[in-house]
Design a protein around this ligand. Structure first.
Ligand code: DGL
Length: 274
């Protein structure tokens, strides 16, 4: 049995490409259909209700193109509306929060886990709720910090400037003071700032990116649902953005590499109506 349909993946912008990278590494035979909602990026400062509406709208858009599974490659959207997305489409849905928390609980030695994310993700409390469920004995404690400037820096292609390094030092200082030994990069844009974050936190802190963990979950879903693509030829990937496709393609090539074939513009209703 082979299922040639693509895997739908979405994010507010280029951040979800870190998840696509992990999917391509772990499931190189699978085709990806990616949607970057760059016209409405960033999601972080928006209300959870608005983000939920956008997430359900994009999931419908992907499901209308016959995807076999959807990966919500955005922590803000996973925090605000993973259940709503799951309930609104007829295919399996994988989020990024639970895989990251599972990996952090496994990795921490001193029980102090840091979380950095957007304002929406941190204020939603979704990580704390997931930790409470996965670690019912409360052996680990979560210390959270929102990093509002990070997403805009990545979307500008800035991963090294002095301004970015200053922001990183300021955002991360409370986490170093709290002596976290494990830090969840709770936004799919942040693995693109891994160097800067590692530079500030130092080598003693393990950085957890949900990208690889989410790809593991996707593998399980496809394998157990008999949904793997087993065609002989290489998969054809497609990328869509709600904003400028040229700009998206430029960043896509920089962050994903030569697999990025270019992007097509898709206009969705900006208010999130289907
Ligand atoms: N990459 C996103 C996340 O994982 C979105 C951030 C944003 O648009 O603010 O949360």
């Amino acid at each position: 049995m082979t299922d040639p349909r693509p895997i739908g993946v979405f994010d507010s912008g280029v951040g979800g490409l870190t998840v696509v990278r992990a999917i391509m590494d772990e499931l190189p035979n699978e085709a990806v259909l990616y949607f970057g909602d760059t016209a409405r990026c960033p999601y972080g400062p928006r209300s959870l209700e608005e983000i939920r509406t956008f997430a359900v709208q994009i999931a419908h858009h992907l499901s209308g193109q016959d995807v076999k599974a959807i990966v919500v490659a955005c922590n803000a959207a996973s925090s605000a509306g993973l259940e709503d997305v799951t309930a609104s489409v007829p295919v399996p849905v994988v989020g990024v929060i639970e895989p990251a928390v599972r990996a952090a609980v496994r990795a921490t030695r001193n029980g102090r886990i840091g979380l950095i994310g957007t304002v929406a993700t941190v204020s939603s409390g979704a990580y704390q709720r997931t930790l409470d469920r996965l670690d019912p004995q409360r052996s680990a404690r979560l210390v959270s910090r929102a990093c509002p400037l990070f997403v805009e820096s990545v979307e500008r292609g800035d991963t090294t400037s002095p301004g970015l390094m200053r922001a990183a030092a300021e955002y991360l200082a409370p986490l170093s003071e709290a002596d976290v030994d494990t830090l969840i990069l709770g936004c799919t844009h942040y693995p693109l700032l891994r160097g800067a974050i590692h530079h500030v936190m130092g080598p003693g802190v393990l950085l957890i990116s949900s990208a690889e963990e989410a790809a593991d979950d996707l593998y399980d879903v496809l394998a157990s649902g008999d949904l793997l693509r087993e065609e002989p030829g290489p998969p054809v990937h497609r990328f869509e953005s709600s904003g400028d496709p040229e700009r998206f393609a430029e960043l896509g090539r920089r962050f994903l590499g030569p697999e990025f074939p270019g992007a097509r513009h898709v206009a969705l209703d900006m208010a999130g109506h289907p």
